[in-house]
Write a protein that binds this ligand. Structure first.
Ligand SMILES: NC(=O)c1ccc[n+]([C@@H]2O[C@H](COP(=O)([O-])OP(=O)(O)OC[C@H]3O[C@@H](n4cnc5c(N)ncnc54)[C@H](OP(=O)(O)O)[C@@H]3O)[C@@H](O)[C@H]2O)c1
Length: 319
């Protein structure tokens, strides 16, 4: 939990008694927790929380008890969640039953905790925000990161031509292994020109931009007329403000700033999206790459690893 926003060391382990699950709740004994970059924004105060606050959005585990009105979930079932309110950084918690999805046999608890938040993000970005078609050129910024790798591999499996960016040559190699046809180091000089040289001047039908401040204006320049810039994060800081007229000048572009939570707020839609993700995992479209594991009480070290930009793939916390 955090009592105050600030650096990773502000997180503290607390012991809090757990009530019996309410009529529509389920008690989950958690076996794996997924780290997500939003945890950093919320811990640091880039996104303000009402304090003191628990932290974390995503975990998998086993049902230990069910409330009196819960009919479709049973004790012993393996489940995961990504939109059940803050508090995933824990060994045990009560979760509203309609926020849980049962896990199929081919998805382990660790795989689920490593993918349910990031994979559901890739799912809505590729299927709902800008449905990607075979032959589309897609740019994925931070393509070696957690969401970035899933997005790149899944877009490739959908038939897109995928161009990734990342912050080092090593990360570019990871991005290519994840599915990018081309990967450009955006810390190198003139990286925008290098990208356009590599694509022979072709621009993207959609740019998925989670980096924000350092990439956003370039994203507008790398999008083809009538294409879409999807700003879905701010890892380098908030994107600069722009006048709407710039979208006209850059080629009648579409701009959106979506979030995974509204896309999965409706329980039926959440389970349908999760079924699509599990299907993609089963077909090998989504590969789960676990980059690092930490004990739950070492969550500060996990945050420092992510903020230091030396991680690739998913980071897990193990209770
Ligand atoms: N809107 C939504 O629905 C939604 C949902 C989930 C995640 N997201 C966003 O998607 C992004 C990826 O999330 P993730 O959890 O998978 O994290 P991640 O990609 O594993 O980590 C963030 C990546 O951003 C890049 N980055 C660029 N500037 C950075 C900076 N100043 N500090 C740290 N990293 C920086 C780093 O890659 P390089 O070193 O290669 O630059 C880093 O690997 C995040 O921005 C997150 O907020 C949005």
């Amino acid at each position: 939990m955090i009592d105050e926003h600030g650096p990773a060391k502000n997180m503290a382990v607390k012991t809090i008694p757990l009530a019996e699950p309410g009529p529509n709740d389920v008690r989950v004994r958690q076996t794996a927790i997924g780290f997500n970059f939003i945890d950093v924004y919320q811990r640091s105060g880039a996104y303000r929380l009402s304090l003191p606050s628990p932290i974390g959005h995503e975990a998998a585990g086993v049902i230990e008890a069910v409330g009196s009105d819960v009919t479709d979930l049973k004790v012993g079932m393996r489940v995961a969640y990504m939109n059940a309110g803050l508090g995933a950084y824990t060994d045990m918690r009560n979760v509203s039953a309609d926020k849980l999805v049962p896990l199929p046999d081919n998805v382990s608890d660790e795989q689920a905790a490593a993918t349910i938040f990031k994979g559901m993000t890739a799912q809505y970005l590729l299927k709902h925000t800008c449905p990607v078609q075979p032959g589309d050129m897609v740019i994925v910024h931070a393509a070696a990161g957690g969401v970035g790798q899933i997005l790149s591999g899944w877009a490739k499996a959908l038939g897109a031509f995928v161009v990734g960016t990342a912050g080092s040559d090593e990360k570019c190699a990871i991005a290519r292994a994840a599915g990018c046809d081309i990967a450009i180091n955006y810390h190198s000089e003139n990286w925008v020109e290098k990208l356009l040289e590599a694509t022979e001047g072709r621009k993207a039908r959609v740019v998925y931009d989670s980096v924000g401040k350092h990439t956003f204006l370039h994203s507008l320049d790398l999008t083809q007329p009538f294409g879409m810039v999807v700003l879905y994060g701010a890892a380098s800081g908030p994107a600069p403000e722009i006048a709407p007229e710039i979208l006209n000048k850059k080629g009648c572009l579409f701009l959106t700033r979506p979030s995974v939570f509204p896309h999965n707020a409706d329980p039926e839609r959440f389970r349908a999206n999760a079924a699509d993700l599990f299907d993609a995992i089963g077909r090998g479209f989504v590969k789960v790459q676990i980059g690092a594991r930490f004990a739950l009480e070492d969550a500060p070290a996990a945050h420092e690893l992510a903020e230091g930009r030396s991680s690739s793939g998913a980071i897990l916390l193990v209770p």
